[in-house]
Design a protein around this ligand. Structure first.
Ligand code: SF4
Length: 361
């Protein structure tokens, strides 16, 4: 039965699936090896037509309610929600999830910054003091004649409001161009704090709360701004302060960065502290010796996806590919280990890693 099912599966044409020559070659190899990737799953995934049109709601236990986008006003949900309300709610929950991801990442970076600033974490340090002072000044913190620690602790306290504040405007609203800020204020969409905005958006999109699509979309804007001008911006600034502000570098990219005679380790994810630590430890003599004892010339550390981009821009570390080539690169059979942290880590990586004996951790 299983065999019968797999024989009806459509087969990808790698050249149609990607414009990346290296990925296309690995997809060709994966086909020969009988290994499945996201490209195969995408081709064989028959999208739910109701879901594709966002015409379904399962926000409460009276549902799921299925509407028809071909006859959008012919039917409403059990609670009476129209298709406009349902679609606005579905979109809003995507905004809430995206904003939560970026903000949670930003908050993790800010947690690390706090621990470094108060001396509890000695493994990292504030690398870019100029950037620290610039960011502090931009939110109104006095820097003249003060120690790095004093400025950093004040900056931590100020930026924590990005997430936890319940009333007022997020700290980086001070950086918004005047006219833009005026418009945001007029429309009531200056974010207060990310947790507050995401919580309110989740509440207002539930059954029996906010019903009007325009009003729901307005809260989407406020939540999205709590991401772009809030959590995401904090993450960027804090990473620069802790790990250094990027400058133009020249670096190699794509799968050719893997080396035939070295132990190839890929770091993939979002939080640069994992990669920064590995970059320090990769030159540890005992590790280099272990690689040599195993017959390799050394250890080749490369990045992928977003933490890869951070390491490329700060240290010129080779970048092996983006989110969509993370499975394909394992198909080379040349990856000894892949380290992952949070976000963009496909569950499908586990199976592909098993097929090629790659240690995934
Ligand atoms: S909120 Fe309304 S439309 Fe959504 S599942 Fe409940 S009853 Fe159905």
């Amino acid at each position: 039965m299983e065999e019968e099912k797999s024989s009806t599966k459509k087969s990808i044409n790698p050249k149609d699936a990607t414009i990346c020559e290296a990925t296309a070659r690995m997809l060709e190899k994966a086909k020969k090896d009988g290994v499945e990737t996201a490209f195969d799953r995408a081709l064989n995934m028959k999208a739910c037509p109701i879901g594709a049109d966002s015409a379904c709601c399962k926000h409460c236990a009276m549902g799921p309610c299925r509407l028809n986008s071909k006859d959008p006003y012919g039917k409403v949900g059990v609670c009476g929600a129209t298709i406009d309300t349902i679609m606005a709610r579905n979109f809003a929950r995507m905004v809430a999830a995206g904003a939560a991801c970026h903000n949670d990442h930003g908050m993790a970076m800010l947690d690390l910054f706090r621990e470094v600033a108060n001396g509890n974490n000695q493994d990292y340090k504030i690398k870019d003091v100029h950037k620290l002072e610039d960011v502090a000044r931009s939110v109104g913190i006095e820097v003249e004649g003060r120690s790095t620690k004093e400025i950093a602790l004040d900056l931590y306290k100020e930026l924590e409001r990005t997430y936890t504040q319940v009333e007022g405007e997020i700290p980086f609203a001070k950086r918004v161009p005047e006219k833009t800020l005026e418009t945001w204020r007029k429309h009531g969409i200056v974010p207060r704090g990310a947790m507050r905005e995401i919580m309110e958006l989740m509440n207002r999109t539930h059954m029996g709360v906010d019903q009007h699509y325009e009003n729901l979309t307005k809260q989407c804007s406020r939540t999205a701004l709590a991401d772009g001008w809030g959590g995401s911006m904090v993450a960027t600034e804090i990473c620069d302060i802790l790990f250094g502000t990027p400058t133009p570098v020249s670096a190699e990219v794509n799968m050719g960065v893997l080396k035939e005679n070295e132990v190839n380790i890929i770091v993939h994810g979002h939080e640069p502290n994992l990669f920064e630590s590995m970059l320090v430890s990769v030159n540890e003599p005992s590790l280099v010796k272990a690689a040599k004892d195993a017959g390799a010339k050394g250890i080749n550390l490369v990045g992928m996806c977003c933490s890869g981009a951070e390491m490329l821009s700060r240290h010129g570390i080779p970048h092996a590919g983006n989110f969509m080539s993370t499975e394909a690169i394992l198909v080379t059979g040349a990856v000894d280990a892949m380290a992952v942290d949070i976000q963009c880590i496909k569950q499908g990586l586990v199976k592909v890693a098993e097929c090629y004996n790659t240690y995934l951790f």
